[in-house]
Design a protein around this ligand. Structure first.
Ligand code: XIL
Length: 379
């Protein structure tokens, strides 16, 4: 009788408000909430979506995105080489569908990314003769790109990663062609142009390994300088391409605290946690790495052992504990992909590995790490 009443109550509640936790409910049903519900009032929960998800070809992926997430990022669709492949030629077919997908689902829509040294065609930096452009010509090109892309989605994309990965590991500015041709104010200019194009949109500086003190200090100096110059920077994105032991909980905590102190919001912008053996000595997310395959680097081709599954779950719980602690500063936590099958980690920094960095497995099922993340929220 008792259990029938409980079941009936659950059905009634589910009818008006969606899945509801009811005392005495079996454990499996308790987990039937969603990530976005679990963290409601704390921060948004996002996923980077790929072309198959944007175009509806991956119906299973889309169903997970719609059920679990309230923010999306474009894994590749808005990078310069895709949206602006040739001089004067913009291609908005996929980006338009990306934004429409987010609008249809009432999601917080992220733009990624305007100014980066990767996934940008060579022609951007060269004239017709193949010579490097002069500062003013490159600034004009940058302004045209930013105005065209940001302007097209004005009021529809809520946050832009304006500059991506401008720092070296020691905290100095990366000697990219943006830097070499324009000078260090290329960063301020990019933010100014984005602000002109959409004065309401949230503007973010995004980078990896800011949890390491030297690079973090470089970013703090950069943000402080931009703020002193009146540049409209509103948030810092910590990419979060993490491992089982990096960054430590202390590093994560200190990093979020340091940016919060500057008065900017913090976004965890590209979260994934790699359980595979490290293929590089340094902690990096340099997308150009391509390290030789080797079976020792691919230990779980047929499935993740339960012990590692549990380690991953604990690790996710620990990091979400830190994010929650800083819920006043952290506005969004975005995973870099939906299921393990989608993750760029299967091909980076070594091609053809079987990676397990996300909360949903290759069959689209929630992993123990998913339950662990939900559990942290119900503190
Ligand atoms: C990655 C994508 O996931 C891959 O599909 C693509 O081949 C390379 O870029 N930092 C970033 C992201 O800012 O844009 C990168 O995304 C991962 C590292």
């Amino acid at each position: 009788m008792q259990s029938r009443r409980t079941a009936l109550k659950a059905i009634l509640f589910a009818g008006v408000t969606g899945p509801v936790l009811v005392v005495n409910f079996p454990a499996a049903a308790q987990a039937a909430t969603s990530l976005k519900e679990a963290y409601k009032g704390d921060f948004l929960i996002g996923a980077a979506i790929n072309e198959a998800q944007i175009t509806g070809k991956d119906a299973r992926g889309d169903a997970i995105v719609e059920a679990q997430f309230n923010s999306i990022s474009p894994e590749n669709a808005l990078k310069w080489e895709h949206v602006h492949p040739l001089p004067g030629k913009y291609d908005f077919v996929i980006p338009d569908q990306y934004v429409a997908f987010g609008e249809k689902n009432g999601m917080f829509i992220v733009g990624h990314t305007l100014v980066w040294h990767n996934q940008v065609p060579d022609w951007v930096f060269h004239d017709d003769k193949g010579d490097l452009l002069a500062r003013d010509a490159l600034l004009a090109r940058m302004r045209d790109h930013i105005h065209t892309v940001v302007g097209r989605y004005k009021g529809r994309i809520q946050s832009w990663d304006v500059v991506n990965e401008a720092l070296n590991e020691d905290g100095s500015l990366r000697q990219s062609l943006w830097y070499k041709i324009i000078g260090e104010d290329y960063i301020a200019k990019a933010f100014e142009y984005a602000h002109e194009a959409d004065p309401q949109v949230q503007l973010t500086y995004n980078d990896y390994s800011l949890e390491n003190a030297a690079k973090r200090n470089g970013a703090i100096a950069l943000v402080t300088k931009l703020q002193a110059e009146g540049v409209p920077i509103m948030s810092v994105g910590l990419q979060g391409h993490d491992g089982l032991d990096w960054p430590t909980v202390e590093q994560q905590d200190a990093t979020i605290a340091a940016f919060a102190k500057l008065g900017v919001k913090v976004v965890i912008s590209e979260l994934d946690i790699d359980v595979l053996p490290k293929a590089t000595k340094e902690q990096t997310a340099d997308v150009t790495l391509n390290i030789a395959q080797n079976p020792a680097l691919n230990p779980y081709p047929n499935g993740l052992p339960d012990s590692v599954q549990q380690q991953l779950a604990k690790r996710y719980a620990d990091l979400f504990g830190v994010f929650l602690k800083h819920r006043d500063a952290v506005t969004r936590v975005t995973f870099w992909g939906v299921t393990d099958a989608d993750s760029w980690r299967n091909d980076w920094p070594v091609k053809g590995r079987t990676a397990y960095p996300l909360l949903f497995d290759r069959a689209g099922q929630p992993k123990p790490a998913y339950e662990a993340v939900i559990k942290v929220a119900s503190r």
